[in-house]
Design a protein around this ligand. Structure first.
Ligand code: PLP
Length: 296
């Protein structure tokens, strides 16, 4: 009899993936379904990115690649961070992964020991919880209700911190609420975070360009918490590249090195062709995203 591990048994299936499977099944049955499950942009990957992928294949970028990503890709991500987010990350602080989902899993596996608490403002993206549980961590939800525009304050964060708290995970713009933290609200969080120097905060910015509210701001811009923040982003949402599988982090060197080590044992680097195509996305003027972004 096959006995699955306790780790696996404690894990829930991804709710978004289950919903999207259900909607596909219903569509096959001829039902008219509007699927609000996976965060799938409603435009296609721009042609210039596809062209870069074709060129990568023609140039034979089809072999094993460096685990944290090609140097030229990490260089272009470093420039993107500076250009769009005013963040300085050297290339050895950047790790490219098979989607932002893997980036988040790498960080959690790298930092969390069994019993460590991870603070997650609720509502949250469902995978955060399951990734934390796989690592043996204890998710601690802090209510960010509608009356607070689905955001938490520095004071609320501090009230949730205990001696076991290791990590905070949140997204801005937020999936599922769409709320966007302003610079002042992030400064308020930073004021609290800096009082707890061993606390690490994962700021998930994958929805940077799906923003209906205000200017996108990054938590890592505040010098006093820069060494405590891991910035997560990727190409899935901004460039409609969900199927290409590429996410990345900008992080303190120690965390970037640790994530490279984890990834080196699980998946190695993400697709060589995707990486070369992502350089074209990184180097494109972000204003051009709007041209493809008919739904925003
Ligand atoms: C908040 C959030 N973070 C990360 C991801 C993962 O994105 P990727 O496709 O790069 O793995 C998603 C995908 O839906 C998401 O909603």
């Amino acid at each position: 009899m096959i006995q699955l591990s306790e780790r696996l048994m404690a894990m829930e299936e991804s709710a978004t993936i289950a919903m999207s499977r259900k909607s596909r099944e219903l569509k096959v049955q001829g039902k008219d379904v509007i699927s609000l499950s996976l965060g799938e942009p409603d435009f296609n990957t721009p042609q210039f990115i596809k062209d870069a992928a074709t060129k990568a294949m023609d140039d034979n970028f089809t072999k094993y690649m460096p685990v944290p990503g090609y140097d030229d890709l990490r260089e272009s991500i470093s420039k993107k961070f500076k250009r769009d987010n005013n963040l300085h990350y050297d290339t050895d602080q950047i790790v490219v992964s098979t989607g932002a989902k893997q980036s988040i899993a790498n960080v959690v596996l790298t930092l969390i020991n069994p019993g460590d608490e991870v603070i997650i403002p609720a509502p949250y993206w469902v995978s955060y919880i399951e990734i934390v549980k796989v690592a043996g961590g204890v998710p601690v939800m802090v209510n960010a209700g509608i009356e607070k525009d689905f955001k938490i304050t520095g004071k609320e964060l501090e009230e949730a911190i205990t001696t076991r708290t290791k990590l905070v995970i949140f997204s801005t713009p937020c999936n599922p609420t769409g709320s966007v933290y302003s610079k002042e609200e992030l400064q308020d969080l930073a004021n609290s975070i800096k009082k707890h120097p061993s606390l690490i905060v994962l700021c998930d910015e994958i929805y940077e360009h799906i923003n209906f509210e205000s200017k996108h701001e990054s938590l890592a811009q505040f010098e006093e918490v820069y060494e405590q923040v891991v910035t997560v982003n990727g190409v899935s949402k901004a460039w409609a590249m969900t199927g290409w599988r590429l996410g990345y982090i900008g992080a303190p060197k120690k965390i970037a090195g640790a994530c490279t080590k984890v990834q080196g044992q699980f998946t190695s680097g993400t697709s060589s062709i995707t990486q070369k195509a992502a350089i074209a996305a990184m180097e494109a003027d972000p204003v051009s995203i709007k041209r493809h972004d008919l739904s925003f």
